[in-house]
Design a protein. Structure first.
Length: 152
C-alpha cells in the first residue's frame, strides 16, 4: 500500500472518529501537505489547490481544514513559521515519541523527529522547577540540512 493511500486511511479513520466527513477538499489539502517537501501556509495551500483544481478556496476554509488535520494528528503547525506539515506518522496508528521539528534555515525542509518521553518529562520538570508551566511540548529547532551544510 502506498504512503498516501495509508495516510488517507488514517485520515478516514480520524474523520469517522470525529464524526466529520472527509470531504474531497479536505482530502486534497491533506494530499498537498503530504506531497510537499517544505511547510505550507494556508494561503500557499489555497493557491496550490486553485492551480491543481481550477477553483478557488478561501484561506479561512483552509485554516478550518488544517485545524481538523492538526486536531487529529494528521498534520502539525509550525508556530515559528505559521505553516503546516503533514505528520510523519500519519500512516501508522501506534503511539510515538513527543514530536520535534528540525527546520533547515536555508531550504526550509522540515524533518520530524521524536524525543523520548523520559527526556520530555525531565524538560517539563525543569520548567516547573523554574516556576513556569509548559504550554506546548513541540520544539522547533533551527538547523541546516545535510545538503545545505555541505554548500556552506
Amino acid at each position: 500500500m502506498s504512503v498516501i493511500a495509508n495516510a488517507n486511511m488514517q485520515a478516514d479513520a480520524a474523520s469517522q472518529k470525529a464524526g466529520i466527513k472527509l470531504t474531497p477538499k479536505r482530502r486534497s489539502i491533506f494530499a498537498l501537505l503530504l506531497a510537499s517537501q517544505t511547510p505550507l501556509s494556508a494561503y500557499e495551500l489555497a493557491e496550490q489547490f486553485k492551480n491543481e483544481h481550477g477553483q478557488s478556496i478561501p484561506p479561512m476554509s483552509v485554516y478550518r481544514m488544517l485545524d481538523f488535520l492538526t486536531e487529529n494528528n494528521l498534520a502539525h503547525k509550525l508556530t515559528s513559521e505559521n505553516k503546516f506539515v503533514s505528520c510523519a506518522h500519519s500512516t501508522c496508528s501506534h503511539t510515538h515519541e513527543v514530536p520535534q521539528f528540525l527546520i533547515c534555515e536555508n531550504c526550509h525542509q522540515v524533518k520530524e523527529i521524536g524525543i523520548k518521553k523520559e527526556v520530555f518529562e525531565a524538560l517539563k520538570l525543569s520548567v516547573e522547577q523554574a516556576g513556569f508551566v509548559l504550554k506546548q511540548s513541540q520544539l522547533e529547532l533551527r538547523c541546516l540540512c545535510a545538503e545545505c551544510s555541505k554548500a556552506t
